[in-house]
Write a protein that binds this ligand. Structure first.
Ligand SMILES: [Zn+2]
Length: 610
C-alpha cells in the first residue's frame, strides 16, 4: 500500500514532531449529552440520528460473508461507503453542536464521535485546515480499532490495511466538513502488525494515485440518507434525493417516508391518477405538491381544492365552472378549478365527502378528459392530472352507498398510503430542525435549537400522528423563546398537551454509565439549595427524634409519629417533585408510587398541585 507522507510541510499549524499527540481536544460532554437511550421505545438517538448497538462479532460475521460472497474488492467498497455515510452524517452534527467553537474544536466532533460510537480511539498527530481555501492536511493515530479486531480474528495478520469502514468515515466526515472531497488513507494498520493504525488525509487531487482509493467510494446504487449519502466522492447529494428534499416542506428519513418518496418517483412522470390515503394532518397535500413538482407538469399550475371546504351545492360550479345565467346569481361566466389546472395538476383533498352528482361529473372528467360548465352544453377538453386524497375508508363509503364504485376504481389506480408520524418517528428530529429553521426565519427569532430536555420531550411525546401538531408546537416554541437561545420544554407544551414522560430516556454520565436523563440533569444542576434548607431542617429534626426513639437511653420527650412521618414524607415528596421539574408522573416514579397516589398524599399534606 502507498505510504504517503505530506509532500511539503505546510506553513501553518502543521507542526513538525513525528508522533507528538495533540491532546488539546475539547470536552466531550456536549456530545455525550446528545446520546439518548430510549429502551421502552426500542430506540437510541445520537441527536437526530437513530443509532444501534451492534455486536462487533456480528459485524465480523457480516464482514466475512461480504468478503466471501462479493470478493474482497466489493466488500471493501461496501464497507467504505457505509463508513462514508456515517461520517457524512456526523459532519452535519458537528456544525450544529459546536456552532460557536473554533474550527478545530468543531472538527474534533468527528474523531470524538468516532470514539463515542465505539469504533476507534482517535489521537490527533497534526492537522492544518483552511476551509475558505479548501486546504486540508490531517494525520491521526487510531488505537484499538474495532475493525482490526474483527478482521484479525477471522483472517489473522495480513499485508493490507483493513480499517475500511473507519477510513470511509474519516473521508466522509472531512469531505462534508470541508465542503470538498478529502481522501484519507491508512498508512499503517494494526492488522498488518503495526502497533496502531495511522491515517493521513488531504484533498483528493493532491494524492498522486487517488483513484486507487476513490473507487471504493463509488457505488452503482447506494441508498443514501437525508442529504449526503455515500454518493460519489464529493459527498454530493444523490440528485434524486436532492430533488425530493429541495422543497421547503417535505423532509424525512424514515422507512415509511422513503417508501412514499419512492412511489412518488415511480409515478411522477406518468399521468396516472394518484390517491393519497392517510389520517388528516399527515401531510398529504405536501406530498401531492411534491408529486407535481417532480412531474413533467411542474411548470404548469397546481390547483388544490378542499372538497370539505366548499358548500355541497357549489362543488360542481367550483370544479367545473359556471356559464352566465346558469342559475340565479350566475351573472358572469367563470372557469372552474379543472380549467384553471389545465396542463397541470388538480389536487382534490377530502374527496370522500364529495356528493354523488359531483362524483358523476368527476368520473366523466377522468374518463373522457372533458368537462361541461354548469349551465353550458359545450364540452371542453382538458388535460389535467388528478391527484386526490382522503382520510376516509373509501371502500366502506362505497359499501354505504355514499361513494360511486366506478369512481373509486378510477381513483384507486395508484394509492399511496402516507403513514402517520407515530409510525415514522425517525422523522421527528428531522422535522424538528426543519420547522425550527422555518419559523426562526419567519418570526425573526434567533433560536439556536432545543434544550436536551425539550428534545427528550418531543422524542417521547405521543404525537397523535399529526405533523401539523408538531409544527404548531415548534412554531409556538420559536415565538415564546423570544431571543433566548434554545427552546425549552415549557415553551413547547403550553396549552395542556399531554406530556407525560412515560418513556424514560437514558444518557451517559461523565463516567460513561447509562443513567436516566432526568437524573443526569439533576446531578448536573446544583443539587437544589433553594428549598432544601427548610426541608433539611425538618428532616434533621425528624431523624434526631427517630434516633432518640430507637436508642437505648430512651430520651423520647414529645415524640409524635404523625409529625415525624409527616415531615419526612413532605420532604421526600417535595424533593422528588423538584427533581422532576414539577412533572408529577416522573416524581411518582422516583418515589415508587403511582401518580394518583402521589396526588392523594400531597392532598393529605395540604400541598396543592394545581
Ligand atoms: Zn487499521
Amino acid at each position: 500500500m502507498p505510504t504517503d507522507a505530506p509532500a511539503s510541510a505546510p506553513s501553518r499549524g502543521w507542526t513538525p514532531g513525528e508522533n507528538q499527540i495533540d491532546d488539546s481536544t475539547p470536552d466531550i460532554d456536549d456530545l455525550m449529552a446528545r446520546l439518548h437511550f430510549a429502551p421502552a421505545e426500542g430506540r437510541i438517538w445520537l441527536d437526530d440520528q437513530r443509532m444501534q448497538l451492534i455486536h462487533t462479532s456480528a459485524m465480523g460475521v457480516l464482514r466475512r460473508e461480504l468478503i466471501e460472497s462479493l470478493g474482497i474488492e466489493r466488500a471493501r467498497g461496501l464497507l467504505t461507503r457505509m463508513g462514508y455515510n456515517s461520517g457524512a452524517h456526523d459532519a452535519e452534527l458537528a456544525r450544529r453542536l459546536r456552532p460557536q467553537a473554533a474550527v478545530a474544536d468543531m472538527f474534533a466532533v468527528g474523531p470524538q464521535l468516532h470514539a463515542l460510537e465505539g469504533m476507534v480511539k482517535v489521537d490527533l498527530v497534526r492537522q492544518e485546515m483552511d476551509i475558505a481555501r479548501g486546504q486540508y492536511r490531517g494525520e491521526f493515530i487510531w488505537r484499538h480499532s474495532s475493525e482490526d479486531e474483527v478482521h484479525v480474528h477471522t483472517y489473522g495478520i495480513g499485508v493490507e490495511p483493513v480499517c475500511w469502514m473507519q477510513i470511509g468515515y474519516a473521508s466522509g466526515y472531512t469531505s462534508v466538513f470541508m465542503g470538498r472531497p478529502v481522501l484519507f488513507r491508512e498508512v499503517e494498520c494494526r492488522a498488518t502488525g503495526s502497533e496502531h493504525c495511522r491515517i493521513i488525509g488531504k484533498p483528493v487531487e493532491e494524492w498522486d494515485d487517488a483513484e486507487d482509493d476513490v473507487r471504493y467510494l463509488r457505488a452503482q446504487s447506494f441508498s443514501s440518507g437525508l442529504s449526503t449519502g455515500g454518493r460519489g466522492r464529493r459527498g454530493a447529494p444523490n440528485p434524486e434525493t436532492a430533488a425530493m428534499f429541495a422543497d421547503d416542506e417535505i423532509v424525512g428519513v424514515s422507512t415509511g417516508f422513503n417508501a412514499v418518496c419512492h412511489m412518488l418517483r415511480c409515478v411522477a412522470d406518468t399521468d396516472a391518477t394518484v390517491l393519497f390515503l392517510g389520517e388528516s394532518g399527515v401531510g398529504k397535500e405536501v406530498f401531492a405538491r411534491t408529486l407535481h413538482r417532480i412531474s413533467p407538469r411542474a411548470d404548469k399550475p397546481f390547483i388544490a381544492v378542499n372538497c370539505a371546504a366548499i358548500p355541497e351545492n357549489l362543488v360542481e360550479s367550483e370544479l367545473f365552472g359556471v356559464e352566465k345565467g346558469a342559475f340565479t346569481g350566475a351573472t358572469a361566466s367563470r372557469e372552474g378549478r379543472f380549467e384553471r389546472a389545465n396542463g397541470g395538476t388538480l389536487f382534490l383533498d377530502e374527496i370522500g365527502i364529495m356528493n354523488l352528482t359531483a362524483q358523476g361529473k368527476l368520473l366523466r372528467a377522468l374518463q373522457e378528459r372533458e368537462i361541461e360548465r354548469v349551465g353550458d352544453t359545450r364540452v371542453r377538453h382538458i388535460d389535467v392530472r388528478v391527484v386526490a386524497a382522503t382520510n376516509l375508508d373509501l371502500k366502506a363509503e362505497v359499501r354505504a352507498g355514499r361513494f360511486r364504485e366506478d369512481l373509486f376504481y378510477r381513483l384507486n389506480v395508484f394509492p399511496v398510503k402516507v403513514p402517520p408520524l407515530r409510525e415514522r418517528r425517525e422523522d421527528i428530529p428531522v422535522l424538528m430542525n426543519h420547522f425550527l429553521r422555518k419559523f426562526s426565519a419567519r418570526h425573526r427569532r434567533d433560536v439556536t435549537g432545543f434544550t436536551p430536555r425539550a428534545i427528550n420531550a418531543l422524542l417521547s411525546y405521543e404525537l397523535p400522528g399529526n405533523i401539523r401538531e408538531l409544527e404548531n408546537m415548534i412554531e409556538r416554541g420559536v415565538i415564546l423563546s423570544q431571543h433566548s437561545g434554545a427552546i425549552d420544554v415549557g415553551q413547547l407544551f403550553v396549552s395542556g398537551e399531554r406530556w407525560d414522560t412515560a418513556t424514560t430516556t437514558f444518557g451517559l454520565d461523565r463516567d460513561g454509565h447509562v443513567a436516566a436523563d432526568d437524573a443526569l440533569q439533576d446531578s448536573a444542576r446544583k443539587s437544589g439549595a433553594d428549598c432544601a434548607d427548610r426541608e433539611a431542617g425538618a428532616v434533621r429534626d425528624a431523624i434526631q427524634r427517630i434516633e432518640a426513639l430507637l436508642s437505648d437511653d430512651g430520651a423520647t420527650h414529645d415524640f409524635s409519629l404523625d409529625q415525624v412521618a409527616g415531615s419526612l414524607e413532605r420532604a421526600l415528596l417535595e424533593r422528588a417533585i423538584t427533581k422532576a421539574d414539577g412533572n408529577l408522573s416522573a416524581a411518582a416514579r422516583t418515589l415508587g408510587i403511582t401518580r394518583s397516589r402521589l396526588v392523594y398524599r400531597l392532598g393529605n399534606l395540604g400541598i396543592t398541585t394545581s
